[in-house]
Design a protein around this ligand. Sequence first.
Ligand SMILES: Cc1cc2nc3c(=O)[nH]c(=O)nc-3n(C[C@H](O)[C@H](O)[C@H](O)COP(=O)(O)O)c2cc1C
Length: 376
Amino acid sequence: MQTPICEELGIEFPIFAFTHCRDVVVAVSKAGGFGVLGAVGYSPEQLEIELEWIDEHIGDHPYGVDIVIPNKYEGMDEDMSADDLAKMLQNMVPPEHLEFARNLLLDHGVPIDSDDEDNTLKLLGWTEATATPQVEVALRHPKMTLIANALGTPPKDMIDHLHAEGRKVAALCGSPGQARKHADADVDIIIAQGGEGGGHCGEVGSIVLWPQVVKEVAPRPVLAAGGIGSGQQIAAALALGCQGAWSGSQWLMVEEAENTPVQQAAYADASSRDTVRSRSFTGKPCRMLRNDWTDAWADEETPDPLGMPLQYMVSGMAVAATHRWPDETVDVAFNPVGQVVGQLEKVEKTSAVIERWVTEYLDVTSYLDELEGRTA
Ligand SMILES: Cc1cc2nc3c(=O)[nH]c(=O)nc-3n(C[C@H](O)[C@H](O)[C@H](O)COP(=O)(O)O)c2cc1C
């Protein structure tokens, strides 16, 4: 399963795992893949603690950090500190959105206390002002060899800075046009995410998108994202010209993940038809488990979701409540996951997933060789 990117990054398998859990980052990298920590929910101080822990436990293996600087968001043209930006944006959140969200939670029997309300009107790491300090923290850690960016091309000066520090830059895209912008800005690795993927995604499915992006940016390496949960799916990605697989949903269903048993049971029960692309949590289309929260915000009679990052300043109270009361909030929880959820049936050890994927990949490639032998 070795592709040129393995040598470039010093890894055994071209398997990249996006996760919010430091234990999963470590387990993936130690098993021969490449773990990437999603930083969007961490303050720079919390991120420093996570990365120190990863450094202590990961041995000599490399890992990455994922940030979010969208190409479009409310307040993006303002040149101000994260605190000032947060204050400006707080004043832009209509009170009726907050009231609608609060009532939705109360109607579902979710206790709302002041702690949760505190989590409203908070600016997460999805602006340049909040992501830049995260990058500076990440750069203090030499085993952190890759910064990936979601939802847009990272600013050119940030890319140049990361290159000068000897790190690689990756960026996600959902169309060949976005991939071209990444390549023109000298992003090293392009991640093509099909519409079936968990989290923010476009509309075009992986099997159509991947080869289009490969063709657009060749010879730059492309990682295939969206719908990977087996070695057969990795073989398909490599057959379509990608140099590796980038996945997210699978890592919610591993023993090392912090996801609660209730959440994992919801994933195990879900079919591939149970997800929806919804703007109801973040303001941009994001694939997640469909539930009463996503349905309520899609109703014509209810407020329209706001843009990013304003909508999270509203939905933050639901996310906080989900963490505190996982059992009570299952119908209104934020559960980003892709359509591949339909094939995630049980919780496995991270190293067992990597082993399974490699075995499945080898089996299917031998099968293809056999087919080739028949016609020879
Ligand atoms: C729970 C979850 C949260 C995610 N959050 C982010 C994020 O903050 N930044 C990012 O670049 N991608 C994020 N993604 C997308 C993943 O990086 C990855 O591209 C996607 O999961 C691939 O599709 P799959 O879910 O079918 O494996 C998230 C995915 C999931 C499942």
